[in-house]
Design a protein around this ligand. Structure first.
Ligand SMILES: Nc1ncnc2c1ncn2[C@@H]1O[C@H](COP(=O)(O)OP(=O)(O)OP(=O)(O)O)[C@@H](O)[C@H]1O
Length: 931
C-alpha cells in the first residue's frame, strides 16, 4: 500500500513537473522569440502594437508572439517554407508530452487494474483513489491543452494566411490603382488633346481670324469639326466600355473578398465555440478538484484563457478592421475614381452637346452669311445694271461696263475697291462728258450759226434767182422791143436814111453785147449756188468729223490741263512753303524783337517857342543810326531801323508787313509804339482817315493775304480791343464800359483770357474799318500841354487768325497785338494835376513795369515780372519766348524834348539787346498742338 502510494505520488509529481516544464519552458522560449520579433523594424503596425501592449500589461500573448515570429519568418521566406516551419514547430511540442501521457495512462490503467483486483479481493467493491482522479483530470486537461494549442496554431495559420492574402490584395490593389491612374492619365491626355483641337477650331487666333472664320464657315472646316466630334464620341464609347469592364472586375474582387471573410469568420466562430467548451470543462474540473495548488494553477490558466479570449476578440476586431479598412479605402478610391470618370464623361457629354450647338450655330451663321452674300451679289448685280444703263445713257463705254461686270465675280473687298475705282472713273468720265457736252453745245451753236448763214445764202441765191428772172424778163422784153424796133427800123429804113439805119444797128449790137455779157454772170452765179448747196449738204458731215476731232482735242487738252494744273498747284505749294521759309529766315536774321525808331517831323504847332533847334539827326546812308546832340556832344544810337522824319506811313508799314504774314502763319506777334506824349505814337499806329497807320494797313494786308491763300487755307479772323486806363481794363468795343479782369484760360492751354471781352469775327476789311472807328471813339483822350488829343490809356487791338489747311486739315492760331501805349511824360512838363496827375503816374508806372520786363528778358532771368502791371500781364503771350515783337520808338527832334528823347532811345537800346529766342509756330496737326 505504501509502495503503491509512493508510486502514485511520484507519478503525480512527475506529472506536475512535466506540466510546469511544458508550460513555462515554452513561455521562456517564446519570450526570447518575442524579443527577437519586437526588435524587427519591418513588423507591420497592428500586430507589433498588440505585442507591445501586452508586454506592458505584464501578460504574455502566446498567439501574438507566435504570429510575430511566424510573420517575420513568412516575410523573409516563401509561403511554403513558412508552412513547413510551422509544421515543424507544432511537432516539436508533441514528443515531450505524448510518451509521458502514454506512460501515465498506462500507469493509471495498471493502478486501476491493481486496485480493482485488491478491492475484489478485499472488499469485493471498486473504489477509485482521489489522486488517480486528479491525475485523470490533469491528463484530460493536458489533452485539452494540446488540443487548444492546435486550435491556436490553426488560428495562427489562418491569421498568417489572412495577412498573406491581405498583402497580396494590397499589392493587387496598388497595381490596379496604378493601372487605373495610368489609364485615367491617358484618357485625360486624349481628352485634353481633343479639347485643344476643338478649342483651336472653335476659337481661331486673332491674327488669322478672318481666314479661320471663313474656314469654319467653309464646308471643309465644318467637316473637320464633325470628324473631331465623331472622334470624341468614339473616345467616349471606349471610355464607357472600359468603365464597365472595371466595374465587373471590381465586383468580382469584392465578392471574392466577401467569401474569404466569411470563411475566416466561420473558422473564428468554430474556435470560439471550442474555447467555450474548454472553459466549461475547466470550470467542471475546478469544482471537481477544489482549491488546491493545481486549482490555483487552473485559475491562472483560466485567467490566461480569458486573456487569450480577449486577445482573440481584439485580434478578431483587428482582423475585421484589417479586412474592412483597406477594402473601404480601396472602395472609396475606386468610387472616387469612378465618380471622377463619370464626371469626366458628363463633362465630355456637355462639351459634346456644346460643340453640337456651336456646330449648328456655325451652320446657321454660314447659311446666313451665304444668304447675305447672295443678297449683296444681287444688289451688286442691280447696281451694275443701273451703272450699265447710266453708262449706256452717257454714251456708255463698253470697257467700263465689262469692267464693272467683272467686279461682281470678285470677292467683296476687291469688289468694293473696284467699284469705288469704277465710280471714280465714272465721275471722271461724266466730268469729261459734261465738258464735251459743253463743247458740243458750242459746236452746235456754230452749226446753227452756219445753218443760219447757209439759209441767208439760200435767201440771197433765191434773191439772185429772182433778180436773174426779172433781168431775163426785162431782157426778153427788151429783145422783143428791139425786135419790134428792128422791124420798125427796117420799115423805117426803107423809108429813112442810111444814117439813121446805122444808128439803129449800133444800138442793136450794143444790146446784143449786153445780152452776151449777161449769161456768164448768170452761169457763175449758178455754179456758186450749186457749190454752196453742196457745201451746205456736206456741212453736217464736215462738222460731225470736226466735232469728233474737237472732242478728242478737248479731252486731250483737259487731261493735259489737269496734269498741268496739278504741277502748277504743286509748284505753287512749294513756292508758298519756300516763301514762308525764307520769310522766317529773314525774320530770324532780323531778330524776333526789333526796334524801329521814327522821328517826328517838326510841325508848326510843336514849335511853341521860337528858335528851337533840332537836336536829332538821321543819316540817310545809315538806316540804323541816329545822332542826338546833347550839350554840344553828339550821341549815337544804333537801332534796327531809323525812319527819316519824312518817312511815309507806307514805308513804316513795309517793315511791319512780314510780321503780319507771320501772324497768318500761326505766330504770336506784338507791335507797339513807345514814346513821349505827342511824339506820334497814335499817328503811327492808327494814322488819320486819309493816311491810315499800321493797324489798318496790317489788317488790309491780312485780308489780301488770306484772299490769296483761299484755295489752300480757310481762315477765321476775330478782333477785340481793350484799353488800360489807370490800371483798369475796359472793352473798347462795348458801350457799357464794364471793368474787365485778366484770367488764365480754363481750357488748359495756360493762356490768358479776359472774361466778358467782346470778340468780333471779321469777314472783310470794310468791316474792320468800322470796328477800328468804334474803338477809337471809345478811347479816353484829353488835351494836355504836350498834345491836344493826348491818349491817356494804353490801347490794344488784338487780332486772332485761325487757319485750317484744306489739304491736310492742320490748324494754326496766330495772334497779333497792336499796342498804342500811353505817352510817357514828365509831369511837371505836361502840367498834369489832379486826375491827370494820377493818370500820368499810372502810365509811367506801367511803362516802368514794361521796362522791368524788358530788362528781365534781356538778362534772361528765370522770373519775368509780367504780372507787375495790367499792360505787361496782357502782353505776356506776345512778349515772351517764341514771339515776334516790334517796338516803334517815337521821338521828337526838338531840343525841348531832348530829355524824353534820350530816355526813349536809351530804353529802345535796352530792348534791342533782348533775345526772345526762336519764334514758335502754333500749329495743330490732327489732335495735338505742335509748337
Ligand atoms: N509823322 C507825322 N507826320 C505828321 N504829323 C504827325 C506825325 N507824327 C505825329 N503827328 C501829329 O502830331 C500830333 C500828335 O501826335 P499823336 O497824337 O500821334 O501823338 P501821341 O504820341 O499819340 O501822343 P499821346 O501819347 O499823348 O497820345 C498829331 O496831331 C499828329 O497828327
Amino acid at each position: 500500500m505504501e509502495l503503491s502510494d509512493s508510486v502514485e505520488m511520484y507519478a503525480f509529481y512527475s506529472l506536475l513537473v512535466y506540466i510546469f516544464y511544458t508550460v513555462f519552458r515554452k513561455e521562456e522560449e517564446e519570450e526570447t522569440l518575442e524579443g527577437a520579433c519586437g526588435a524587427s523594424p519591418d513588423e507591420p503596425g497592428p500586430v507589433s502594437m498588440e505585442t507591445g501592449s501586452r508586454r506592458r500589461d505584464g501578460h504574455t500573448s502566446r498567439t501574438g508572439k507566435k504570429s510575430c515570429a511566424r510573420y517575420s519568418e513568412s516575410s523573409s521566406s516563401s509561403d511554403s517554407d513558412e508552412l513547413s516551419d510551422q509544421d515543424q514547430d507544432d511537432t516539436s511540442d508533441l514528443p515531450a508530452c505524448t510518451p509521458l501521457a502514454a506512460f501515465l495512462s498506462f500507469k493509471q490503467e495498471a493502478e486501476k487494474r491493481r486496485a480493482s483486483q485488491v478491492q475484489l479481493e478485499a472488499t469485493g467493491k471498486l473504489a477509485e483513489s482521489p489522486l488517480v482522479t486528479v491525475m485523470s483530470h490533469l491528463l484530460s486537461f493536458l489533452e485539452q491543452y494540446s488540443h487548444f494549442q492546435q486550435l491556436q496554431q490553426q488560428a495562427d495559420q489562418y491569421r498568417v494566411q489572412l495577412k498573406r492574402h491581405r498583402v497580396q490584395h494590397r499589392r493587387q490593389m496598388k497595381a490596379l490603382r496604378g493601372s487605373y491612374r495610368q489609364r485615367i492619365r491617358d484618357k485625360n491626355s486624349i481628352i485634353s488633346s481633343l479639347e485643344e483641337a476643338i478649342s483651336q477650331q472653335q476659337s481661331p487666333s486673332p491674327l488669322n481670324e478672318g481666314e479661320s472664320s471663313s474656314d469654319v464657315g467653309s464646308p471643309s472646316g465644318v467637316h473637320r469639326l464633325v470628324e473631331s466630334l465623331y472622334g470624341l464620341q468614339g473616345e467616349r464609347s471606349k471610355l464607357k466600355g472600359e468603365l464597365r469592364l472595371l466595374h465587373s472586375q471590381l465586383e468580382q474582387k469584392e465578392s471574392d473578398r466577401h467569401s474569404r471573410i466569411q470563411a475566416f469568420q466561420q473558422q473564428i466562430d468554430e474556435l470560439k465555440s471550442c474555447i467555450e467548451e474548454r472553459e466549461e470543462e475547466l470550470s467542471r474540473l475546478r469544482t471537481a478538484t477544489g482549491a488546491t495548488d493545481s486549482e490555483k494553477r487552473v485559475l491562472c490558466l483560466s485567467a490566461e484563457n480569458e486573456s487569450l479570449k480577449q486577445s482573440l476578440s481584439v485580434t478578431q476586431g483587428l482582423l475585421q478592421q484589417l479586412t474592412t479598412i483597406p477594402s473601404q479605402s480601396s472602395t472609396m478610391l475606386i468610387k472616387q475614381e469612378n465618380e471622377n470618370l463619370r464626371g469626366r464623361v458628363q463633362q465630355l457629354e456637355i462639351s459634346l452637346q456644346q460643340r453640337a450647338e456651336q456646330l449648328s450655330q456655325l451652320e446657321s451663321r454660314s447659311e446666313q452669311r451665304e444668304w447675305r452674300r447672295g443678297e449683296e451679289l444681287r444688289q451688286r448685280e442691280d447696281r451694275v445694271r443701273e451703272l450699265e444703263l447710266e453708262l449706256n445713257k452717257e454714251r456708255g463705254k463698253e470697257p467700263v461696263v465689262k469692267y464693272v461686270t467683272q467686279m461682281v465675280e470678285v470677292e467683296s473687298p476687291a469688289t468694293v475697291r473696284q467699284l469705288t475705282k469704277a465710280r471714280q472713273r465714272n465721275e471722271v468720265l461724266s466730268e469729261r462728258l459734261s465738258s464735251q457736252n459743253e463743247r458740243c453745245k458750242q459746236l452746235e451753236d456754230q452749226i446753227r450759226k452756219s445753218d443760219e448763214y447757209s439759209c441767208n445764202l439760200q435767201h440771197k441765191i433765191a434773191a439772185y434767182e429772182r433778180e436773174i428772172g426779172k433781168l431775163r424778163e426785162e431782157l426778153l422784153k427788151e429783145i422783143s422791143h428791139l425786135e419790134e424796133r428792128k422791124e420798125e427800123a427796117v420799115k423805117a429804113a426803107a423809108s429813112c436814111s442810111a444814117e439813121h439805119f446805122q444808128n439803129l444797128q449800133d444800138q442793136f449790137f450794143t444790146l446784143q453785147k449786153r445780152l452776151t455779157s449777161l449769161p456768164p454772170t448768170l452761169r457763175s452765179m449758178k455754179t456758186d449756188y450749186a457749190s454752196l448747196r453742196s457745201q451746205v449738204r456736206n456741212f453736217s458731215e464736215f462738222y460731225g468729223a470736226a466735232i469728233n476731232e474737237a472732242k478728242k482735242q478737248i479731252s486731250a487738252a483737259i487731261s493735259e490741263m489737269s496734269e498741268a494744273n496739278k504741277d502748277l498747284l504743286e509748284k505753287y505749294r512749294k513756292e508758298v512753303a519756300l516763301r514762308r521759309k525764307l520769310h522766317e529766315q529773314l525774320v530770324e536774321l532780323k531778330g524776333n524783337i526789333r526796334v524801329l525808331c521814327r522821328v517826328k517831323p517838326v510841325l508848326k504847332e510843336d514849335q511853341h517857342e521860337e528858335g528851337q533847334s533840332v537836336v536829332v539827326t538821321t543819316d540817310p546812308n545809315n538806316e540804323s543810326s541816329l545822332t542826338v546832340m546833347n550839350k554840344g556832344k553828339n550821341r549815337n544810337f544804333e537801332l534796327d531801323k531809323v525812319f527819316q522824319p519824312h518817312a511815309t506811313q507806307e514805308e513804316v508799314f513795309q517793315e511791319i508787313e512780314p510780321l503780319v504774314t507771320s501772324c497768318i502763319d500761326g505766330y504770336h506777334v506784338c507791335i507797339f509804339a513807345y514814346g513821349q506824349t505827342g511824339s506820334g505814337k497814335t499817328y503811327t499806329m492808327e494814322g488819320s482817315v486819309e493816311n491810315p497807320g499800321i493797324n489798318q494797313r496790317a489788317l488790309k494786308h491780312l485780308f489780301s493775304e488770306i484772299e490769296e491763300r483761299r484755295d489752300m487755307w480757310s481762315y477765321t479772323v476775330t478782333v477785340s480791343s481793350v484799353e488800360i486806363y489807370n490800371e483798369v481794363l475796359r472793352d473798347l468795343l462795348s458801350k457799357d464800359g464794364e471793368k474787365l479782369d485778366i484770367k488764365i484760360n480754363p481750357d488748359g492751354t495756360g493762356q490768358l483770357h479776359v472774361p466778358g471781352l467782346r470778340v468780333i469775327e471779321v469777314r472783310s476789311f470794310q468791316h474792320i474799318k468800322k470796328i477800328l472807328a468804334t474803338a477809337r471813339r471809345n478811347r479816353i483822350t484829353f488835351g494836355t500841354q504836350m498834345n491836344q488829343h493826348s491818349s491817356r490809356s494804353h490801347a490794344l487791338l488784338c487780332i486772332t487768325v485761325q487757319g485750317t489747311d484744306l489739304a491736310s486739315g492742320s490748324k494754326t492760331t496766330g495772334k497779333m497785338n497792336l499796342v498804342d501805349l500811353a505817352g510817357s511824360e514828365r509831369v511837371w512838363k505836361s502840367g498834369a494835376e489832379g486826375e491827370r496827375l494820377k493818370e500820368a503816374q499810372n502810365i509811367n508806372r506801367s511803362l516802368l513795369a514794361l521796362g522791368d520786363v524788358i530788362q528781365a528778358l534781356r538778362g534772361r532771368h528765370t522770373h519775368i515780372p509780367f504780372r507787375n502791371s495790367r499792360l505787361t500781364y496782357l502782353l505776356q503771350d506776345s512778349l515772351g519766348k517764341g514771339s515776334k515783337t516790334v517796338m516803334v520808338v517815337q521821338v521828337s527832334a526838338l531840343e525841348s524834348n531832348l530829355g524824353e528823347t534820350l530816355c526813349s532811345l536809351k530804353f529802345a537800346q535796352r530792348v534791342c539787346k533782348v533775345e526772345l529766342g526762336p519764334a514758335a509756330r502754333k500749329i495743330e496737326s490732327g489732335g495735338g498742338q505742335c509748337d
